[in-house]
Design a protein around this ligand. Sequence first.
Ligand code: KIV
Length: 262
Amino acid sequence: MNVLDFQKMKNEKQKISMITCYDNWSAKIIAESDMDCVLVGDSLAMVMYGENSTVNVSVDTMAMHISAVAKSVGNKFIIGDMPFLSYRKSLTENMNAIEKVMKAGAHAIKLEGAAGNIEIVEHVVQSGIPVMGHLGLTPQFIHQLGGFKVQGKTEDSASAIVSGAKQLEQAGCFSLVLEAVPNRVSEVIGKELSIPTIGIGAGPSTDGQVLVLHDMLGVDNEFKPKFLKKYLEGHSLILGALNEYNKEVKQGDFPSINESYE
Ligand code: KIV
């Protein structure tokens, strides 16, 4: 897949599948899968580093994870997330941050919000870098939003999201993530915009879907938001394997002679 396929798929009414990928071992599995593209999301701050928001992750950390993914994800299209404030500084600092993410192996960047971002989106697109927008629940705004809450529930906030979406399309974004918005908002944006939307907690009306890999694998059995569908009972499978290994070590069953060198 390349950036042009996003629009092509929307025009042909084919849904786009996206999954987060933060490291090399999962990149190898995703490379073999039918998934269309991967997002090295700044959600890695929470999933990989145990932070309670995405605020505390640096450009260098994002670049390190993008590089690990790029080495093994095959021909999947890689979107690299720009972390908190990394695109809200001077043009030089913004472009230096974007350069690091692209040189680490991303094929496109993603940034959150529309207000105040239009000029940087235009500049980045004019520099030959595809940009994905992100509206609705924008986790980097956690302190302003007062928590991870569904956005666009009122007429005014829904209109603000729709208007932000139009501005981002106008500025040259090739696609847009819609996070935690009512399906009605996704429906309206889908009608008003030509570029494809990728939803997470945004209902069935978007042109594609993204999930955090660890969430859909059910690795955290306490994380059960309404939008999430778990495709694996990862937590109990991993726990079971660890306990089985522990039992066999304690019983002296592992390693057996079969796992020993002559
Ligand atoms: O960082 C991330 O994983 C994301 C997705 C949830 C869209 O931005």
